[in-house]
Design a protein around this ligand. Structure first.
Ligand code: COA
Length: 191
């Protein structure tokens, strides 16, 4: 069997423009080029990218980021290129973010998400995130509400077991598509 390799690694400086382009496509331009550069420079930011070893229309197919603030991992973005959604890659990125958050010794993870973003809500629920609150009209352009999600217990032994189980499930799903992920656990954390 010939596998296509998926590279999951900290965003490289050479992919800054691709990151801003993917952001514009998936998130409507959350961060600019300068914004991505700031993330690369920040020791508290863990910014991961996903790409194939073969040529694709977009050099990057996924981005995920969290900020380490006190003992919390604030997930600031998670995006998969529309052509590659619904194939398990969002789960792969979220798993990698949580693994790195746990490896940094962080206790909890939190994020904000539009209350009508059902794909994201389903994804986070699968990983044990729970709704802890609502910010009304948080997204000014559309006056949509934000939901605040929390996931605690990142340092508990049961969480390490869950990570291992998710890892196995995700690897099987990628393998079924002929994909193999490199560097899921190999890239050292910053900071
Ligand atoms: C949210 C997002 C990252 C999910 O990525 P993805 O690669 O499509 O997700 P996966 O294939 O790993 O799906 C994981 C789970 O999420 C849920 N999910 C994903 N897409 C869904 C959809 N269209 N409808 C309902 N549930 C969905 C499902 O529970 C799914 O598990 P399943 O396939 O076993 O049913 C992607 O939709 C995206 O980039 N959206 C735009 C940006 C965004 O809204 N980001 C989140 C806010 S920061």
């Amino acid at each position: 069997v010939t596998f296509s390799e998926l590279h999951l690694q900290p965003l490289a400086a050479e992919h800054l423009e691709a990151a801003a382009a993917l952001d514009a496509l998936c998130l409507g331009g959350l961060w600019s080029l300068d914004g991505y550069q700031r993330e690369l420079d920040s020791p508290n930011s863990d910014l991961l990218s996903l790409r194939f070893n073969r040529a694709t229309a977009s050099p990057l197919i996924g981005l995920g980021c969290f900020w380490a603030i006190l003992e919390e991992a604030h997930i600031t973005l998670l995006a998969i290129h529309p052509d590659y959604q619904r194939q398990g890659l969002g789960q792969l990125l979220l798993l990698a973010l949580l693994q790195r958050a746990a490896a940094r010794g962080l206790e909890r993870s939190t994020l904000e998400v539009r209350d009508r973003n059902q794909p994201a809500l389903n994804l986070y629920a699968k990983f044990g995130f729970q709704v802890a609150g609502r910010r009304r009209g948080y997204y000014q352009a559309t006056s949509e509400d934000a939901l605040i999600l929390w996931r605690s217990g990142l340092q508990q032994p049961s969480f390490a077991r869950e990570l291992t189980a998710w890892h196995g499930e995700i690897e099987r799903r990628l393998g079924d598509r002929g994909w193999r992920c490199l560097a899921l656990t190999q890239s050292p954390a910053k900071g």
